[in-house]
Write a protein of this length. Sequence first.
Length: 318
Amino acid sequence: MIPLLLVCWAAAPAWPVAERVPLPLGERYKEVTGTGLAFDHRGEKVALSLNSSPQDGLLQEVWDLRTLKAVPLAVAPKYGRIRQVLATRKGEWIALCDSAVIRCDRDGKEIGLFLLARHDSAGVAALDREEKNLLIYNHGLFMKYAIASGNRVSRVSYPVRNCEHLCPGPRFAVVREHQDVELRDAQTGKLLHSFEDHPGRVYAARLTADEKTLVTVWSRRRDAQSEVGVEVWDVATSRPTRRFTTTGSYPIVALSPAGDLIALGTNDSLRLFAIPSGEQLQVLGKQRPYRLEFSPDGRYLAALGPGLNVWRLRDRPH
């Protein structure tokens, strides 16, 4: 049996790991909520979709982190909100909207579009490893669309409703009844691994890039105080190897590609922690973001809401 190490996070950062990128955002970014956020494959640009004030409507832009300039992301409002933004290795952006999937080039200009079948958009999406198909999970249904033609290749029903995380394997992590997490094969729906006995309600599940480690995040009330916990699991054995706890509620999380950093947003803060030690490295903000993403190379962290914030991550001293 693998021992479970319980650690309470330290409060003081040992070194400044993240430095804010000075994006010239302006007043229109102050009071917005975010729906779409993605880095390009090089970690040089970040695409986003924001709900701004009623008079301004949607903000859909691509920011260049080298020049600190933005260009519009060309997605027509008639297709609804951008639910999710994905990036390809070829430098394209794929925007999953309410009723369509829109392809844009690296500079945000539209280069392709196809309509979705009804109810296929409001879900979790990912690209397969070859980036030929778009995978969408929505309320117990798993859909596969060919990106080149826009045709729906398959549509399979699964006995689960809440999909937390799709990975290109394709495998997907499902939170069942807010308590347990399952890892399933996206082609057959076969149960591969089950991760059980979380102490509280599960809010998130994330796989590392090598798919060997799963990180789950839960929250509960304990001794009249809200507590957030992070479980680190070995996927091969389905056993926990670490547990970290801190104060807070309503967690949102992003896991770095290497699996060595966790950005954790709660009701009153955004903090950066080390894995597996549980060391709190830095307090990044005092408000809970709506979306969190690391860049594919792990050099940047972006948070949507309120506004847009991007941090450049420094190498940890040895």
